[in-house]
Design a protein around this ligand. Structure first.
Ligand SMILES: *Cc1c(COP(=O)(O)O)cnc(C)c1O
Length: 389
């Protein structure tokens, strides 16, 4: 597990401290201990002497500004841009970094909407992409017009961990920008900047918000990139609403302690479900049986809250299991305080055939679990009774 610098000077503060206090200043901290929601679309502003607060779509609402500073501190990046969804973060980043004629090399293991953006939408705007096996040869796919390398870490739903180091080396040699969507890890388990990745994208809908009650995204990176992302956001318009920014900031305050519990619960459940009756396999990077266990232990501060069960009896058994759950909730998405269960064959990988899914490591019977913060004994009891059916 990677080490953190010792606490002391403000720039060395630890994630748990940053998650609570980073971003506070005279702009947002007056009498109330909690910065108020500034639910205003516009600000008193006659000319530039009136300061930086101007218009909420521009990203300079105090709730957006404070959140941006907090996220930059947590990611260890120069600057951040909070946006209205994870997909806004992905899309504005790709628009900011490319123009017509440019090319992107991306991991083939992508969030569904990111996959569609790269393979069908951006090509309509003259930006093409080549998808590569993330543990395969990225270099062979690079062309003179390549600008961006794009990967997700860890991947959905098989929770594979790609070693970012060769990708970063390639980017440095060829003058490319590496973008990493680290939503599944959160900046607590994996800080992209510590590994040389240039730009970090987060769906804040997941662990950062943490309560399954908001949609948001954040892009972090060098200022020249985030300024361009901000320009794209001003033009395309996915500004984060101030109230959602405020809720997200409240979620982030407990991110460190929640991740610690997600990590612990998932490890406990993964260990105990391995070999349970009706369970053919458990996929979790914290288990020695996982193909990337050693790499995950080296790169991550925790193995995360996402596990998968492969049930004996295939799709029918998985359907029965999910329908019989009484505590865990059948729903897509992840990263909330409550345990969420879904089957990729019905959600993200619905368009593929069973054979294609099997080749990706997602056989029928594969059940994805976003382990929440409930007591693991209660969750294990729920899974056991659902398996008995
Ligand atoms: C959910 C998710 C997104 C999209 O985020 P939204 O907030 O739903 O727009 C992007 N990447 C990953 C890895 C995700 O899990």
């Amino acid at each position: 597990m990677s080490d953190r610098p010792a606490p002391g000077a403000p720039e060395n503060r630890q994630p748990s401290t940053l998650a609570i206090h980073a971003g506070e200043d005279e702009l947002t901290t007056r009498a109330p201990v909690v910065p108020p929601v500034v639910q205003s679309a516009t600000f008193v502003w006659a000319d530039p002497a009136d300061g930086p607060l101007l218009y909420t779509r521009y990203g300079n609402n105090p709730n957006q500004v404070q959140l941006a500073r907090k996220m930059a501190a947590l990611e260890g990046m120069e600057a951040s841009v909070p946006l209205a969804s994870g997909m806004a973060a992905v899309a504005m980043t790709l628009l900011a970094l490319t123009e017509a004629g440019d090319h992107v090399v991306a991991s083939s293991r992508l969030y569904g909407a990111t996959h569609a953006l790269l393979t069908t939408e951006l090509p309509r705007r003259g930006v093409t992409a080549t998808l590569v096996d993330p543990v395969g040869d990225w270099e062979a796919a690079v062309r003179p017009e390549t600008r961006v390398l794009y990967l997700e870490l860890p991947t959905n739903p098989t929770i594979r961990v790609v070693d970012p180091r060769p990708v970063v080396r390639l980017a440095r040699q060829r003058g490319l920008t590496v973008v990493c969507d680290a939503t599944f890890a959160s900046p607590i388990n994996f800080r992209a900047a510590d590994h040389g990745l240039d730009v970090a994208v987060q769906s804040a809908t997941k662990y950062l918000g943490g309560h399954s009650d908001l949609i948001a995204g954040v892009v972090s990176g060098p200022r020249e990139v985030t300024e361009r992302v901000g320009e794209m956001a001003r033009l395309y318009g996915p500004a984060l609403d101030p109230h959602t920014a405020w809720l997200l900031d409240r979620g982030i305050r407990t991110l460190d302690v929640r991740m610690e519990r997600h990590n612990r619960n998932a490890l406990e459940i993964a260990r105990r479900m391995e070999g349970a009756p009706g369970v053919r396999g458990v996929v979790y990077p914290g288990l020695p049986s996982h193909p990337d266990h050693a790499l995950a232990a080296e790169l991550f501060r925790g193995f995360g809250g996402m596990i998968a069960l492969v049930l004996e009896g295939g799709g029918d058994a998985a359907d029965r299991f999910v329908r019989r759950l009484r505590l865990a909730v059948a729903a897509p998405s992840l990263g909330g305080v409550e345990t969420l269960v879904s089957q990729p064959r019905h959600t993200s990988h619905h368009a593929l055939s069973a054979t294609e899914r099997e080749a990706l490591g997602i056989p029928d019977g594969f059940v994805r679990i976003s382990v929440g913060l409930e007591d693991p004994e209660d969750l294990l009891a729920d899974f056991a009774q659902a398996l008995e059916g």
